[in-house]
Design a protein around this ligand. Structure first.
Ligand code: ATP
Length: 321
């Protein structure tokens, strides 16, 4: 049972809805009569002692904002035991008894080490646009990013159709194809290339050519950045098909923007759960969603298991292409 203070941080890549989650953690803790500290800039800020006490007003005017008011960063020093010791001491000297970490699997792995090595109570929330945290079918920010991508695909379809072009859209996802697969299906893409599934370039080009010969006006190919080099792919597809092919790399626009209602709601629900859990003495859990309900996942399971791409999505994408 925590009596005095907890801290909250965001870490790894930013994702829309992190603010809503941190806001919920802060307001819930204050409601429970527990002090809350914000750690600025992830583990980097933790090691630099960049920590400040928050009040209800610190999180005003935030729920609608993308990014994270706490800032985020990557820290290689935190990957060393000495670094983590320094971080732990910075919490201890303020009487901080538990930490809520909002981030991806790397950030949660860091948290699991703080727990193992120093016995610090840790509760994690999955915050990443990649939707690749094991044990939860939802991560904070993935819905907003997916909506941003689908909006871009809609626009690209207009211009692709006007010029009878193939447009290749590169979306984020080094190791995870969830964003590409989901937005490819929702955006009506003809092909979706993801790191998890092999594709046959010759067959794809042959089918594209045949479709154009039958009168098709345009095609959209969604590519996860980890599946291949989209610019290189564009060149090859253009050469092999003889069809005017353009590449659009969406880049960081996918991370920004006002969170969707789904991200605001779920982030708020998870933030409240996280604060109540850590205050009541629960540790080493990650809260996520399964089939629309909040679930708690063991932190060590969440960081040691790898989430795989749902084969149902892959199957559906082929049926609908
Ligand atoms: P995203 O999915 O958006 O990339 P992430 O949380 O997975 O988010 P990482 O860059 O992997 O992003 O991790 C963020 C930070 O967490 C790292 O900069 C590092 O400080 C810490 N971290 C990551 N992996 C480990 C690890 N194995 N041990 C200790 N700390 C780690």
């Amino acid at each position: 049972m925590i009596k005095k203070a907890i801290a909250v941080m965001t870490s790894g890549g930013d994702s829309p809805g992190m603010n809503a989650a941190a806001r919920a953690v802060v307001r819930t803790a204050l409601h429970e009569g527990v002090d809350v500290y914000g750690i600025n800039n992830g583990y980097k800020g933790l090691l630099k002692d960049d920590i400040e006490q928050l009040n209800g007003r610190s999180v005003s005017d935030l729920i609608q904002r993308g990014g994270t008011f706490l800032g985020t960063a990557r820290s290689s020093e935190f990957k060393t035991k000495e670094g983590r010791q320094k971080g732990y001491e910075n919490l201890k000297k303020r009487g901080i008894e538990g930490l809520v970490i909002i981030g991806g699997d790397g950030s949660l792995t860091g948290g699991s080490l703080l727990s193992k090595e120093f016995g610090l109570p840790i509760v994690g929330l999955p915050g990443t646009i990649d939707n690749d945290v094991w044990g939860t079918d939802y991560t904070i920010g993935a819905d907003t990013a997916a909506n941003t991508i689908v909006e871009a695909i809609n626009k690209l379809r207009d211009t692709a159709s006007a010029h009878r072009r193939i447009i290749i859209v590169e979306v984020m996802g080094h190791k995870s194809g969830w964003l590409a697969m989901t937005t490819g299906i929702a955006g009506g893409a003809e092909y979706i290339l993801v790191p998890e599934v092999k594709y046959d370039l010759d067959e794809m080009c042959h089918e594209l050519r045949e479709a154009y010969d039958r009168g098709k006006r345009y095609s959209i190919i969604v590519v996860a950045e980890g599946a291949c080099d989209a610019v290189g792919l564009g060149k090859v597809v253009g050469e092999k098909t003889g069809i005017d092919t353009r590449v659009s790399v969406l880049g960081h626009i996918q991370r920004g923007g006002s969170p969707t209602v789904e991200d605001r709601m779920k982030a708020s629900m998870l933030g409240e759960k996280a604060a109540l859990a850590i205050i009541s003495g629960v540790t080493n859990v990650v809260f996520g969603f399964d089939a629309g309900k909040v679930v708690s996942i063991n932190l060590f399971d969440a960081v040691t298991n790898k989430k795989t791409l749902d084969p149902e999505l892959v199957r559906l994408s082929r049926v609908l292409a």
